[in-house]
Ligand binder design. Sequence first.
Ligand code: ADP
Length: 658
Amino acid sequence: MQHINTLLIANRGEIACRIIKTAKHLGLKTIAIYATPADEGALHCQMADECYCAGPLPVDKSYLNIENILAIAKKAKVDAIHPGYGFLAENADFAKQCEAMGFIFVGPSSKAIAQMAIKDEAKKIMQNAKVPIIPGSITQDLQSLQQQAQEIGYPIILKAAKGGGGKGMRLVHRQEELQDAIEAAKRESLNSFGDDALFIEKYLINARHIEVQIFRDSAGNTVHLFERDCSLQRRHQKIIEESPALDIEQEVKNKLYQAAMDAAIAIDYVGAGTVEFLLDKQQFYFMEMNTRLQVEHPVTEMITGIDLVEWQLLISDGQNIPLQQHQIKSQGHAIEARIYAEDPLHHFLPTTGTIKDIFLPNANYRLEIGLQKNDKVSIYFDPMLAKLIVHAMSRMQALARLQECLNEFHIVGLTTNLPFLRNICQDPAFLSYTVDTQYVENNLHRLLPQKITFAPIVPVMACMITLLKRKQHLNDTQEPDSPWNKLNAWRLNLAHQEKLTLQYQLEELHFVIDHGDEYHIHCKEKDIDLTVAGFIAGNQIKMSLVEHQIHATFFADEKMIEIFYEGQAYIFKTKTQNLIEDKNQSLSNHYILAPMPGIISKIWVKKGDKVNKGAKLVALEAMKMEHTLCSPKDGLIKAIKFDLGDQVEEGCELIDFE
Ligand code: ADP
């Protein structure tokens, strides 16, 4: 590099780690930042050459704290700052201040960011560049939003004018829904982007999200790196992305590439950018331009063999794009799946917890992750935990590999969307790629993991793991004080008969085990009466029953056993303890419990109000998304146990009913 020797990465998590990898490969010194207390010692800090505290949580005091970050940049004598995605990546003011202080901002000019940040301005520029657009406009006041919705015709979509990542976005089908949608979108967009102006446009049903990766250097060379199909979304947020996109005529693709490059040229863009389009049959419309590295950039890296972060750094260093268009080739098929800390069985509410272990697949894959064992997943950050990317010669092969990887990938200690991803990857519509941006929503009943009703073999496995683990521990350590030797659940009866109690969800399972060479396991609650033999090795259990062999992956500590078997995770508690109530049951008859940790962002009711079943009560904001809690029954509000803006913990009592 000519000008960049030291690079500050103004981000965290998987993207900070990913950028550090390339920077190191290029021989740069890397500087990480972190927020206290959550990210002290986080993986990205461990990987960087130096790390500095940017401030405490929430993120506006640290990862969004421009003053602190620039002070660190000065202190660490950095030449350039890479913002990653999210946080300050599309903050024109930040880019401008970097420029003013003489730091190279690894991204486009502050002017280009500002032009593309405001959705209607971006559209005007595109319209002038003859790129097709969906009509729409921006406004803050309720009346004109209502009037415009009328003119455009339903369904319409509201977006945060300065938004991104699906936040502040609401799809509205009918006029009656408009006012509530406007209010929620405004609140969410104010929270996330500090501005509540909304953008309203016609909603295209059954469209596909196709985006084009472009690069432009300061000499004016402009290239595209093909397209990504990001139609697989839930609530307008991408879940699975792939390249190349299927079933688009080459002629249409060429036009898309050209439109994307024209967009970049129109604003004299320099750096990596993504131009997003909606494709309705074979007609495409400009949606927006993202002036940064995208979450899903690895898909493009896999098919082109190009390191996009390296190109970003080269261009920021003042160098030209290293390849010409005809030298950039697409090979094979790549798919990325995003792994989120969320619970598909409970309206995808974000989940929190401590990562007890991570089990990695054996197949050939790429994993982007910024977490490691013992890290805490909190409400302060985006719930995306990791990205799993596969690449193969054909889509079929890539899918087979993705299925294999998803089946073998487990994050212990946290509920994730992995079972949901597994279902998507086996769904016939996805396999044959007849999907659009509403596919997930329209087929949720089929894609959601089933409520777990397990085969009898699963509790037998849990019982065997406890027995074998204890035996192994005794053999290994001979430590009389080890927790495995004094599990509360154990009561030794006879020499060869033992009793064990495990808890699955709210049910206690009582096992009676007779053992010699084999184990005879009896459990009356599950009507189990089986003779099995088995052994454990590492995190694998193998069991033989009369006719067949079964194996599964597991994690066990003194409190719990988590078994991963046939795409599902089953958690057994080893000692009877008060479980947090099943989240469905948190809406009990007399009170409402917080289904997740969060901040109270709206209260619709007050003490003494009569409410009908389904009425909105409170909105809880977690991980920058707003979740509405509704009344489980007709009733009277007896007490409200918090104020607006309060931080509440999962399971805490929010409202009392009469
Ligand atoms: P964000 O900037 O928050 O990521 P986008 O404008 O990129 O929002 O839109 C996110 C997703 O929302 C799109 O991928 C698409 O699925 C959906 N969407 C946005 N606008 C429209 C529209 N006018 N018609 C249909 N779907 C839309």
